[in-house]
Design a protein around this ligand. Structure first.
Ligand SMILES: Cc1cc2nc3c(=O)[nH]c(=O)nc-3n(C[C@H](O)[C@H](O)[C@H](O)COP(=O)(O)OP(=O)(O)OC[C@H]3O[C@@H](n4cnc5c(N)ncnc54)[C@H](O)[C@@H]3O)c2cc1C
Length: 402
């Protein structure tokens, strides 16, 4: 039943490039059609799992778009791509928002009702279809995400953190910044006095009419709902994101560690180095702790393999590929076996992998390897502009766009 909504998601760079090309060839209607939820999701790119893992960089997507369209024609699409950078920059500069969310989550219990709604048994048929689509496919259209989150928070009055966790686990594009901050935005915690509500009339306008006509049950619950008011907590002080320069001299035994947060190593500050060894690690214990389902693990494994293959080609060095139950141990013993004195990687941004950074750094240090995490200059420059709302960010980043 949900097959009608699902579609496959590129898990290699080549597939993602093909998807981008196909999407751009019909993207002139994006601004007008992108909000419509239609089976197969033909009006949006469905590239988010590829951007989340950086099989494709945001800058590459926008450059390809600008080759076909004028800035004005493609502005809406570019803005959506830059929403991702905005959220990344916003959270990177306020990491305690993530920490607080994870602490809240650890304190919360799943109620029977929360389980029911997440299982697609709320009684509002179209939203139940979306819950099932998410679990079956690992994707939801942006508008469906907004409605579903608003339903969870403002109609069902369930804790936003549990809903965010449900999304984060199942979304192939599950991203600490985009997901947590979008949920906070719907809940009214991002912009003071502004929350997002789900309305029957909005679904009637934007959901494919054939689809909605067979999923009409329960729609009346979406009439006349008011926003619940959660206590607004002022945003924490900004922590400046600083560039980590590549050391001028690196030991001969320097390696590269590849992870699923950034699979475009051959176009990164690491690109000009000469690694003695490359190691790609699938952190099965981390994925298990996060509760990633099989489909998401398969996607990540395929993306990791693709990243490793491209790195091998670029550096002319074979990559070890380990699916490890205790990933930090595997990283350390691989590093030790290769006699590495330094290990370079793209620094993971705020999220589950970054939460383990210090531990990995210490363990490696104990075995004589210095862990060095690098950021792209462009990210650092862009992130520093995510100080307030999106439209201010959009204006301030004009000179940083292609
Ligand atoms: C409650 C909620 C949770 C979300 N969780 C995530 C998440 O975990 N990961 C994630 O990548 N996006 C998340 N989003 C944002 C957005 O829904 C998805 O990025 C988008 O639906 C992806 O589909 P697409 O690639 O077809 O988008 P397109 O419309 O084709 O957009 C192109 C690209 O722009 C980026 N993008 C588009 N819209 C947004 C947005 N609103 N915020 C941030 N980036 C955007 C994505 O990288 C996307 O691939 C969430 C939104 C909501 C409301």
């Amino acid at each position: 039943m949900t097959d009608t909504l699902s579609s496959d998601f590129p898990s290699t760079r080549e597939e993602a490039q093909l998807r981008l090309e196909a999407f751009l060839s019909a993207a002139d209607g994006y601004a007008a059609k992108r909000n419509h939820v239609v089976p197969g999701h033909p009006h949006v790119s469905r590239l988010s799992p590829a951007t989340r893992t950086r099989l494709l960089l945001e800058t590459e997507i926008c450059e390809a778009a600008r080759e076909r369209f004028s800035p004005h024609e493609i502005e809406k699409f570019e803005q959506e791509v830059w929403w991702r950078l905005y959220w990344k920059g916003w959270l990177e500069q306020r990491p305690s928002v993530w920490t607080r969310y994870r602490e809240d989550l650890a304190e919360l219990e799943w109620s029977e009702r929360a389980e029911q709604v997440a299982a697609g048994e709320s009684g509002v048929a179209i939203l139940d279809l979306f819950a099932k689509e998410l679990v079956e496919t690992g994707y939801l259209h942006n508008h469906a995400r907004m409605w579903w989150a608003a339903f969870w928070i403002h109609v069902e009055k369930l804790p936003w953190q549990l809903g965010a966790d449900f999304f984060f686990r199942h979304l192939l594009d599950g991203d600490a910044a985009s997901n947590t901050l979008s949920w906070r935005w719907v809940a009214g915690l991002h912009t003071k006095g502004k929350s997002y509500l789900v309305r029957r009339s909005n679904l009637e306008k934007y959901v494919d009419s054939d689809l909605l006509s067979v999923h009409e049950d329960g729609l009346s619950r979406l009439e006349g709902t008011a926003a619940i008011e959660l206590p607004f907590v002022e945003h924490p002080e900004i922590v400046k994101v600083t560039e980590t320069p590549l050391p001028e001299t690196l030991p001969a035994r320097t390696g590269i560690w590849i992870h699923d947060e950034d699979l475009r190593v051959e176009d990164s500050p690491l690109a000009g180095t000469s690694p003695a060894a490359i190691g790609t690690f699938a952190p099965l214990d981390l994925w298990e702790n996060e509760g990633y389902p099989e489909k998401k693990r398969r996607f990540l494994l395929s993306a990791l393999r693709d990243g490793a293959t491209r790195a091998e080609k670029h550096f002319g060095v074979l990559s070890a590929f380990e699916e490890s139950d205790v990933w930090i141990d595997a990283l350390v013993s691989w590093s030790r076996r290769n006699g590495l004195e330094a290990l370079l990687t793209m620094k993971p941004m705020v999220g589950p992998l970054a939460d383990r950074w210090h531990e990995a750094e210490q363990e490696l240090d104990r075995s004589g390897t210095r862990l060095i995490g690098l950021l792209r200059d462009h990210d650092v420059a862009v992130f520093s502009k995510a100080t307030a709302g999106f439209f201010g960010f959009w204006k301030k980043t004009a000179s940083l766009r292609c």
